[in-house]
Design a protein around this ligand. Structure first.
Ligand SMILES: *Cc1c(COP(=O)(O)O)cnc(C)c1O
Length: 430
């Protein structure tokens, strides 16, 4: 399978090259040349397939011949080493829990898949280090750090906004050591993301083999399609079409859902649920895309003012606003509404949600009024423990610490403070 740059249809690369580069030289995002729907037989018998087998069928056309079957199966089985349960919350309404992985964030899947693809491609080149440079607003850092830990010939450098990530999130990216390095940036997430983008364009860093691990990288983005198939497998016997609500920041996850629909999955509608960073809901209302600087909220992994995957979504709908609106809605919720939803879910439905999942629930409830005969699924993208400062006071209860988190709690945070691009550059030049 080949990929082209969304800034230039004639710039074409292989899967391997797209994964290694991350972003095209013209700063365009890579996009698959074609998307071939899966056979009906696959959907009819999906309940007989294991998650690994489903994932293989879903991803194989996008990898093509760049990774042999046996290696790809190994990568998938290491990626999917945990469960993806669909939990009933109300009648015809489910939480798809994506947080049972090693860092308890849904980004574990993308990070594990990408790191293993990159490790496979790196095997051939001896003594050639790659630097994975990543900006995080919350969960990406921990998932990438854990996903790449100990992977040969790869050094991971993570930028995160000082004081804007939770204590547990910070520990997950500053305590691992080995090939993982953390930079604490005096600024907000957009500053981190801008610095990363600048470094990729900087000719004087060309010899450093920089690559990204944000969802702009196709190996982070595409495996997120799996979740939607796993939900379908669990809900298939209900024989109803599905509405998915994704708590959205950079819109990679929901964009992967749209890809899953293109492959033939019976999804009747998508809801992009956002916090106060409402660039996309405003776009749907006005038809004008006008990004704003990001605002800090309690759902900090979605504090994104200019969602990087939105251009991919527009490409999937051929830039046709009407076609897009038929399939897709987007709603924004403020912090108070989010907190009320966490309390409502706890007291009335006996479910502990964290802020991102609560926003997913709110968006789903709003949209389901228009879909009486469908099943609604919201994605719960992190474990509540990762947002305990918000969740515990709201439900007036202590959360038990899962074993994945216990491991990082007492380790020392190791990080370097930087405040501008020059600092980052000198660090990378070392
Ligand atoms: C990254 C993240 C999101 C947003 O996902 P996107 O693919 O960037 O839209 C939502 N919730 C959590 C917990 C996250 O870490």
């Amino acid at each position: 399978m080949n990929y082209y740059s969304l800034n230039n249809k004639n710039h074409i690369v292989s899967f391997k090259e797209a994964v290694i580069k991350g972003l095209a030289p013209d700063r365009g995002l890579y996009f698959p040349e074609k998307i071939v729907p899966l056979p009906q037989e696959f959907f009819d018998s999906i309940t007989e397939y294991s998650n690994e087998e489903i994932a293989f069928q879903v991803i194989k056309q996008f990898v093509g011949n760049d990774i042999p079957k046996i290696e790809l199966e190994q990568i998938i089985s290491e990626t999917l080493c945990f469960d993806f349960p669909c939990v009933a919350i109300e009648s015809d309404l489910y939480s798809l829990e994506l947080f049972h992985g090693p860092t308890m964030a849904f980004k574990d899947v993308g990070a594990r898949f990408m790191s293993r693809c990159l490790a496979y491609f790196n095997k051939e080149k001896q003594n050639n280090n790659t630097i994975v440079l990543v900006a995080t607003s919350g969960d990406t850092g921990g998932a990438v750090a854990s996903g790449f830990l100990g992977v040969k010939n790869i050094k991971v450098v993570i930028l995160y906004p000082s004081g804007k990530v939770s204590d547990i999130q910070e520990r997950q990216l500053t305590t691992l050591g080995e090939n993982i390095f953390a930079l604490e940036v005096d600024g907000v997430f957009d500053d981190c993301q801008d610095m990363v983008k600048k470094a990729f364009l900087d000719e004087s860093l060309a010899s450093k083999n920089l690559t990204s691990a944000n969802s702009i990288n196709i190996a982070r983005w595409l495996p997120q399609m799996f979740y939607f198939f796993f939900a379908f497998k669990q809900l298939k016997s209900r024989n109803k079409s599905l509405v998915f609500s994704c708590p959205s920041g950079n819109f990679g996850n929901i964009c992967a859902g749209i890809m899953a629909k293109k492959l033939g999955l019976p999804i009747s509608h998508f809801v992009a649920s956002t916090n106060a960073n409402d660039t996309v809901p405003r776009f749907l209302e006005t038809g004008i895309y006008s990004p704003k600087p990001s605002l800090a909220t309690v759902s900090n992994a979605m504090d994104v003012g200019n969602p990087s995957n939105f251009v991919r979504i527009q490409a999937l709908y051929n830039d046709d606003l009407n076609e897009f609106k038929n399939d897709f809605s987007s709603y924004s919720f403020d912090d108070q509404t989010t907190k009320n939803a966490i309390q409502y879910l706890f007291h009335n439905l006996d479910y502990i949600a964290e802020p991102h999942g609560a926003i997913g629930y709110l968006g789903l409830k709003q949209e389901m009024q228009n879909h009486e005969n469908s099943i609604g699924v919201f994605l719960e993208t992190a474990h509540p423990i990762k947002f305990l400062d918000t969740v515990e006071p709201l439900i007036n209860q202590k959360l038990a610490i899962p074993k994945q988190i216990e491991g990082v709690l007492n380790k020392e945070k190791i990080k370097i403070k930087i405040s501008n691009y020059e600092d980052l550059k000198s660090y990378l030049m070392l």
